[in-house]
Design a protein around this ligand. Structure first.
Ligand code: ADP
Ligand code: MG
Length: 153
């Protein structure tokens, strides 16, 4: 099926979902991360990148817009477009070229660059609920569905 949802009671569970995704993702995928400030988007990205073998920090690319992680299996680009307000910057910075068949692109606040971004294979929405978070993953194409079917959660 094309959706998956559940509850993440604590930060470790969010990191765990990221780690599970790391085992399921396919190079070339684009994942949109939706949810308010503090919903857990960067935490999930940290779990995913660590699951792909990244050691060390994952800092929020709030000011740089993108942080790049060359990993063993692929290169990951983590965008945070919260402060993005100029479509020209997208073109000038060459962000378009970062999307390709051998990269993984994770995008926080994709709605800030609507119309400039490629279509996502997956959207993952997080929301605060009680002391934890709810998540909902939606697959938009065959690659996304394949990824969800490989997801061990
Ligand atoms: P965002 O990138 O969406 O703004 P962050 O990943 O920076 O959010 O997370 C904000 C806070 O939420 C962090 O302090 C993190 O520890 C906490 N957090 C993440 N997942 C959970 C969870 N499942 N339950 C409770 N707190 C969480
Ligand atoms: Mg964030």
């Amino acid at each position: 099926t094309s959706t998956r949802s559940g509850y993440l009671p604590d930060e470790a569970a969010t990191l765990g979902l990221g780690a599970s995704l790391a085992q399921a993702i396919i190079p070339g995928m684009v994942i949109f991360l939706e949810g308010d400030l503090g919903a857990g988007k960067t935490t999930l990205t940290r779990g995913l990148l660590q699951g792909l073998g990244h050691q060390g920090r994952v800092k929020s690319p709030t000011y740089t817009l993108v942080e790049t992680y060359p990993l063993a299996s692929l290169t990951a680009h983590h965008f945070d477009l919260y402060r993005f307000n100029d479509p020209e910057e997208w073109e000038d910075a060459g962000f378009r070229e970062l999307f390709g068949h051998d990269t993984l692109c994770l995008v926080e606040w994709p709605e800030k660059a609507q119309g400039l971004l490629p279509q996502p294979d997956l959207t993952l929405a997080l929301a605060v609920a009680d002391d934890g978070r709810t998540y909902r993953i939606h697959a938009h194409d065959a690659q996304g569905i394949q990824c969800l079917s490989r997801l061990s959660i």
